[in-house]
Design a binder for this molecule. Sequence first.
Ligand code: ZN
Length: 195
Amino acid sequence: MKDKSQNLPIRVYDYVKRKVNLADFITEQLGYKIYWTQQNVSGKCICPLPGHKDSKASFSVKLIESDNVWVYHCLGCNRSGTIIDFCMQYYNIKNAALSAIFICDKLGLNKEEASDFHILHESKNRANIQRKMENAHIVASRQCFSLLKKDYNKYNRWVASAYKKMNEALNNDDIISIEQIGFEASSKFQEKTSV
Ligand SMILES: [Zn+2]
């Protein structure tokens, strides 16, 4: 069977990530209530993901304002990512490309528009990209360091793998992943140590 995801341009992922508001998706499409800690920027809700019977709003969403991308992290089932990962997990979609296509179709987004959008976004941000990467890296490193100081034995393996991912992200100009790591680290930092 031919997989229509294979020729999906990389910019479609960027487009979907920046176009879709994950918080709106969770409330409007799935019917969950978000308890905002900062209105329309960060909040929590009962984890909607399958396989997690959540009773205490372990699922955080946050808008990474510098990139206009929503990310999530659940302290209960430890899953995280963007709208694309979310839909893969929620709807059991097997890869990111199919998830991006699914989201475009579900929300009536125009995949063709993605190319114009990409060009606009690139030219707007080209000048800032290096500085933003460095800032994101510093912030995420600091958050990882705080985690180690909080409980070295509990977090050192997670931090080691976070650093590895962060180095790959640096090589790929992937700011969103770096910011996602920072978000996960600060979200872990807030978790209660005693249960
Ligand atoms: Zn969960």
